[in-house]
Design a protein around this ligand. Sequence first.
Ligand SMILES: [Fe+2]
Length: 238
Amino acid sequence: MERSGALEALRCDMHSHLIPGIDDGSPDMETSIRLIQGLLQLGYKKIITTPHISGEFFPNNPEIIRAGLANVQEELRRQQIDVELHAAAEYLMDDSFSKKLSDGVPLLTLKDNMVLVELSFIVPAMNIKSLIFELQLKGYQPVLAHPERYLYFAANKDWYEQLRDAGCFFQLNLLSFAGYYGREAQQLAEWLAKKNFVEFLGSDMHHERHLEQLKNQAVIHRMADKLVDAGLIRNAEL
Ligand SMILES: [Fe+2]
């Protein structure tokens, strides 16, 4: 059931793809504005949108992202839509990412030193722990996007413990609690939440279908409230 303000407790959404035409998210300005209005109806006050950056598919950089952000901000002003919109990035931890780290290229952060990173959905990265370590050595705090969606971890949940021990923050996707990415991702999200392995909740919004689910799946609203009440969730600090 659609409930306006249902995700108000989170205050800030820190994972989405709302800059038009630069990744697999919103294709045009009209869609971006509609999706942003949808987030506002859900009760969010602030949005940090996070375009993909990867070597192969989405070779974005801070200049491209800042220019796209400025366009969206201008359109929001023109339409007198009141929202605090910022941009960071979702970095795929691929070879180009590791090169950026070794070259000392400054990364876009959610806030302070927090960097949103993702892994391949298909192939487990062999060097994940050394990449996390290198990120920390450069002074960054890694925030792993949707850990519940790397299904290869299901067979060996010890990986999660190791990443937590290494100091990694976890960002779960709200849609996972509604089974949007399948039963296994849902179970992993529930397991991670139960273990308190979560600091952030994100919409990971790419398109209207995501927005519909965020509005209509009561289980998402319940889980968000429950995890916020438990004092685990740091979205509002961003
Ligand atoms: Fe994403």
